[in-house]
Design a protein around this ligand. Structure first.
Ligand code: CA
Length: 433
């Protein structure tokens, strides 16, 4: 059922720009080039509300329900256009890594109206037990009583979504790993654990697997934004330090940050949105992007304009990677549209008792202020792109995951549109119904 391929067939990928030069094992061709499917496109111009005219119709806002749950999330359209990323030399509190400014051409996409909340992320965390159950039933068919076509159909569905136990061959098209249960949830939930509060402390790899999972079960292509896409959406056509202007005195109307957050995250969407209707791009939680952080990223891009996808600084190592927008922990200057922050391995995992440390979770500040937001590009991604945005992208992460799967400390399964049905079948067989 699933279109598996062998890890060992990876070939070296071409590297188009300087930042991508270190790619080691990514290869194209593993994914079918199916057109983007899913909601958010209408044929006729909407009478009101935000929309983006594109070939073949109009991109519009839409709401999705995570299959198998009653959890929803909203996406809003972002028009294609050109943006000047980075900050001008005169901008107050400017970081050395914010220049020189570069012009970037950005194709249209949808972006999460809000940061990913705990209700959304916990649906993904629940996959740990679900995948373990699928695997147990698939490997122990005698555990379930019964026969007949209904029973056989259920087992077929379960087997096609369960991890077979073979690490080498299972890093397939649809395979995702779920986050392991939290060793000690007190760190992660310290800034808030309510359903409408943004999820925090996931690693960038875990965030990418979340987007792969949601893509698989919805049959659409979600991913993290690139750093340039993130800044484009944050600026929303503005060139000022913040999307509302230059004056940090107004920030409290738009953002949760160290002066008003009272040491916690806040329910998403409770401050004013930016001009494109996107909430909390400044503050609440800082947000993962696809890019590796380099001080000289923008110098390497020249004057531009550069296509957004060619501007991505594809990671060559696990740290540092770019997070954007600042968080409830940060001062106003780190919430500026151009401000760049980066992940740090040791400082973010000090309390993690795992050896080696968890590939899914961080344990302390400032990671308690780091979350995520998804985008969905209008143009379908190539097979190589999907590998880059969804899967383990450097050898260290891949090896770590394989070790954990072999040791029984991870869970894996196939994220397809039939996964919720397979989970339901597993529940039914497990309970003897
Ligand atoms: Ca944010």
């Amino acid at each position: 059922m699933t279109n598996l391929y062998l890890q060992k067939t990876y070939k070296l990928a071409g590297a188009a720009v300087a930042c991508a030069a270190g790619l080691s094992f990514l290869a194209g061709g593993a994914y079918a080039g199916e057109p983007t499917t899913g909601p958010g496109i209408v044929q006729d111009q909407p009478a009101d509300g935000r929309f983006v005219k594109v070939d073949g119709g109009y991109m519009v806002p839409y709401t999705e329900t995570i299959p198998g749950t009653d959890v929803t999330f909203e996406m809003v359209p972002v028009p294609g256009g050109e943006v000047l990323i980075g900050s001008p030399e005169g901008e107050a509190e400017r970081g050395a890594d914010e220049g020189p400014q570069v012009r970037i051409n950005v194709p249209p996409f949808w972006i999460g109206k809000h940061e990913v909340t705990w209700s959304e992320y916990q649906a993904f965390m629940a996959m740990y037990d679900a995948f373990k159950k699928l695997q147990l039933l698939a490997n122990n068919p005698g555990k379930t009583e019964g026969n007949g076509s209904s029973h056989d159909d259920k087992m077929e569905l379960i087997k096609s979504h369960a991890w077979s136990g073979d690490v080498e061959d299972e890093w397939g098209v649809d395979a995702v790993t779920s986050a392991t249960p939290l060793y000690d949830s007190s760190f992660t939930y310290e800034p808030g654990d309510q359903p409408e509060q943004p999820a925090v402390t996931m690693t960038q790899f875990a965030a990418k697997q979340y987007t792969k999972w949601i893509s698989g079960i919805l049959g659409a292509e979600y991913r993290l934004p690139s750093e340039a896409e993130w800044e484009y959406a944050a600026r929303a056509g503005t060139t000022t330090a913040y999307s509302f202007g230059e004056d940090p005195a107004q920030l409290g109307e738009y953002a949760w940050f160290d002066e008003n957050a009272d040491y916690q995250t806040h329910p998403v969407g409770t401050k004013k949105p930016n001009p494109w209707g996107i909430y909390d791009m400044h503050g609440n939680v800082a947000e993962w992007t696809l890019d590796e952080h380099r001080e000289e990223t923008y110098t390497g891009l020249g004057e531009g304009p550069v296509d957004a996808w060619d501007a991505v600084c594809w990671p060559t190592k696990v740290f540092p990677r770019v997070i954007r927008g600042g968080s409830w922990l940060d001062a106003a200057s780190l919430l500026r549209s151009a401000a760049r922050q980066k992940s740090e391995e040791m400082e973010w995992k000090l309390k993690d008792p795992n050896i080696p440390k968890s590939p899914w979770w961080f344990t302390e500040e400032p990671a308690t202020g780091v979350g995520m937001r998804v985008v969905r590009p209008l143009k379908p991604m190539s097979g190589e792109d999907k590998r880059r945005v969804w899967d383990a992208d450097v050898e260290d992460i891949r090896q770590d995951l394989e070790d954990r799967m072999r040791e029984g400390r991870g869970a894996m399964g196939m994220a397809t549109k039939l996964l919720p049905e397979a989970m339901k079948a597993a529940e039914e067989l497990d309970s003897g119904s």
